[in-house]
Ligand binder design. Structure first.
Ligand code: SF4
Length: 322
């Protein structure tokens, strides 16, 4: 496939041949800046992450990784490879990604010798939205921004996760206040656009990792990563909605920077504490039963992975780990 070849509406395809080799690394790389900052428990965290993935691979099938192609997700892909579990990897190509991000799909495929599934939005819906609201609609109101995230991310994600028992993300508690409660494994009830509900496990092997841990791992294992990280983009999303940050700014401050902090999720990982909003009772029994064996088997996990399995619910289908 060539770089400008249009994908069919909602297509799933490999973009491995879409772009060429990465640009040369700049004089100051993210590895130089961050890789020395691993925490004291780094080796234990790596071992725990691998054990968590292997355990999830035994418990849940099919299982898939949602990759934004940010550095955390690249580390998760590397851990997946080392774990040996049978998990697919998918990317949501919103058609608004940086060229560097799209190019990384091909680099990942070449590095690991495997195929990435790419999900796109409905191109007719995208064209109609742009015709009505313009290319810069996301800056004009929160409603328009969320509408854009909905058809470019949420709807494709719903397709990517259809039929999956679990998905793996690169979420870390350190990333933002909104992610401070991320657990190793969470069980979600998903209310889809079609009105149907499902329960799915979300596996977060880097939940307790620091930014320094992530980059130390990249350095140790030669993990490919986006050159945007070398240009001070700690969090990578769509091009119109992501900017570089300066020293001292929060990890997520480069995302939707014109919005209030509390609005800064696109819905993929937005959750509510099931016990706090009255939905907990609905989740505790019937929701879990739709994953046969999941709850009881999770309770049997090794002591090092006996983190509480947290029930959460989402208003619609969840987000990739960007
Ligand atoms: S992050 Fe920005 S460009 Fe991407 S889907 Fe959301 S609003 Fe649209």
């Amino acid at each position: 496939m060539t770089a400008d070849a249009p994908l069919a509406d909602g297509a799933v395809s490999s973009l491995g041949d879409r772009f060429g080799a990465p640009a040369a690394a700049p004089a100051t790389s993210a590895i130089t800046l961050y890789a020395r900052g691993a925490s004291a428990g780094f080796d234990r965290k790596v071992a725990d992450a691998l054990a968590l993935l292997r355990d999830a691979g035994r418990r849940f099938s099919p299982i898939t990784q949602a990759s934004s192609l940010g550095v955390e997700d690249m580390v998760v892909t590397d851990l997946l490879q080392k774990s040996g579990i049978d998990a697919s990897i998918f990317v949501l190509d919103t058609r608004k990604l940086h060229a560097e991000t799209v190019a990384l799909i091909g680099r990942l495929e070449a590095h690991y010798g495997r195929t990435v599934d790419v999900y796109t939005p409905d191109l007719a819906v995208a064209a109609a939205f742009v015709a009505e609201n313009g290319e810069d609609a996301m800056y004009r109101s929160l409603g328009l921004r969320k509408a854009c995230c909905d058809f470019r991310k949420m709807v494709p994600l719903e397709r990517a996760l259809a039929g999956k028992q679990a998905w793996i993300t690169g979420l870390r508690r350190e990333q933002s206040n909104a992610r401070a409660e991320v657990h190793d494994i969470e069980l979600q009830r998903i209310d889809g656009h079609d009105g149907a509900s499902a329960t799915r496990a979300k596996v977060n092997p880097l939940a307790g990792w620091t930014w320094g841990d992530v980059w130390h791992y990249v350095d140790l294992h030669g993990v490919p990563y986006s050159p945007l990280h070398d240009r001070f983009f700690p969090s990578i999303g769509c091009e119109p909605c992501t900017r570089a940050v300066t020293l001292g700014e929060d990890f997520r401050s480069g995302r939707w920077w014109w919005e209030q902090e509390s609005a800064k999720e696109c819905g993929l990982h937005v959750s509510q504490d099931a016990g706090a909003d009255g939905d907990g009772a609905a989740l505790e029994a019937p929701g879990f039963e739709s994953l046969p064996g999941a709850v009881s088997s999770l309770a049997d996990r090794p002591a090092s992975h006996a983190a509480p399995v947290r029930p959460i619910t989402v208003s619609t289908v969840p987000e990739s780990s960007e």
